[in-house]
Design a protein around this ligand. Structure first.
Ligand SMILES: *Cc1c(COP(=O)(O)O)cnc(C)c1O
Length: 407
């Protein structure tokens, strides 16, 4: 613990293995909630296919590919079995936030429609695109606080459904993300403060308005369950490759982490579905390791990176979060295998190599998982768990980049 804290304070890359990993715990959700979320997305698929050309290709199921990356893999950890889960290329929102963000707004839309009696559970949800329902949605404002990508996700789906959409952007948010959102009919409010400030402002504003729905990235259970559906999709993709992981042939999954919601939701889904056949690791910048800090100290969201002298300034804008989600931190306490920190300087090079070797366009945050295989293999985790290194299938989870401007 002291060694870990010292490394975090010194901004020295550090790999933390979770001492509570695998202990039994009372969890607020189970696998049935993951299936429930998937079923809701399936109900909405016809509507999404109608609203977005990009979603029509897969009949309204917004999903990314599972890719072989032979050249990148040989560079990162020679001889290792490695795949890339391409959430950087998720349609409509262009990042992992497509999973949870879109799902969260669909939950709200569905609830509103059922309450107002404009649809029944057996209707085709394409009905939500009719002028009458859009007029209902137009009375409501959907808002969110974000470092960029969550705003892009929530704003895009909300505006497309006919809601008024307001996105509170932290200072980290990139100009091109704000521009893209405005072009999609979303109101963008800019802050000079960090992510927590933008979230707090958005929350406060929404509380004052009964016709407002605020997607709370620090607390939303719907967001979390939307992310978790990734596990079911990944299992199907592995099955098509003829590969079913088990305890002796496990998946090691590397997820870039900000407030913890997206990687936490994915980790939760994977652990519910694969159990001991999967081990998840979070990747955070040395200046913004809020989830690692919360878990390692046991203080969860009661401690921030500022409290230990860090700045939360990072090139990885999607990961620039100073304080973890307490709700997600609580669930990760026994489900997360470990977390590690990386310095910013490695990100542009990894980003360039990903383009050169594999032709994939990712944003800096999305490369944070790439050092994971080498770091974790060297950490002693395999020995501790009795896993043969050569049996591991490493999965790099890329999280954003589809709409990144070319220059
Ligand atoms: C938001 C984001 C993450 C992490 O998600 P959190 O829910 O904030 O932990 C990772 N990568 C990118 C590109 C993101 O935008």
């Amino acid at each position: 613990m002291d060694k870990c804290l010292a490394a975090l304070k010194a901004r020295t890359p550090y790999c933390w293995l979770n001492p509570d990993y695998g202990r039994s715990a009372q969890l607020p959700y189970s696998l049935s909630d993951v299936f429930d979320a998937e079923a809701r997305l399936a109900r909405f698929a016809p509507l999404l296919a109608e609203l977005f050309d990009e979603a029509a290709i897969h009949y309204g199921i917004i999903e990314s590919e599972l890719l072989d990356i032979p050249a990148l893999s040989a560079k990162l950890l020679p001889g290792a079995k490695m795949l890339l889960k391409a959430d950087h290329d998720l349609p409509v929102a262009g990042s992992i936030k497509a999973r949870g963000g879109i799902y969260n707004v669909l939950c709200f839309a569905e609830q509103l429609c059922l309450e107002q009696g404009v649809i029944t559970a057996n209707d085709n949800y394409r009905k939500l695109a009719t002028p009458e329902v859009r007029a209902l949605f137009g009375q409501y404002t959907v808002s969110v606080g974000s470092t960029g990508n969550l705003g892009l996700s929530i704003g895009t789906i909300s505006a497309a459904l006919g809601f008024k959409a307001r996105v509170h952007m932290s200072a980290d948010a990139k100009e091109w993300k704000k521009k893209l959102l405005r072009s999609r009919g979303v109101e963008v409010i800019e802050y000079t403060g960090d992510y927590s400030t933008a979230v707090a402002q958005g929350r406060k504003e929404a509380e004052a308005d009964p016709y407002s729905f605020f997607v709370d990235d620090e607390n939303s259970h719907e967001l979390f369950l939307g992310y978790s559906v990734a596990a079911l999709r990944l299992r199907e993709q592995l099955r098509l490759r003829g590969f079913m992981p088990d305890r002796e042939h496990p998946l090691f999954v590397y997820l870039p982490c900000g407030v913890g919601g997206a990687p936490g939701g994915v980790c939760f889904g994977l652990k519910m579905l694969f159990g001991e056949a999967v081990h998840c690791f979070f990747a955070e910048p040395v200046e913004a390791p809020c989830v690692l800090l919360g878990l390692a100290t046991g203080k969860n969201s009661e401690i921030s990176v500022y409290d230990i002298g860090l700045t939360n300034n990072t090139l990885a804008d999607g990961l620039a979060v100073g304080r973890a989600s307490g709700f997600v931190g609580g669930i990760m306490k026994t489900l997360l295998a470990g977390a590690y920190t990386i310095t910013d300087d490695i990100l542009p090079e990894l980003q360039a190599e990903t383009k050169k070797f594999e032709g994939l366009k990712i944003e800096p945050s999305a490369a944070a998982g790439f050092p994971g295989p080498e770091i974790v293999v060297q950490s002693g985790f395999c020995e501790k768990m009795g896993i043969k290194k050569e049996n591991v299938c490493h999965i790099l989870w890329t999280t954003g980049g589809r709409y990144l401007p070319e220059e």
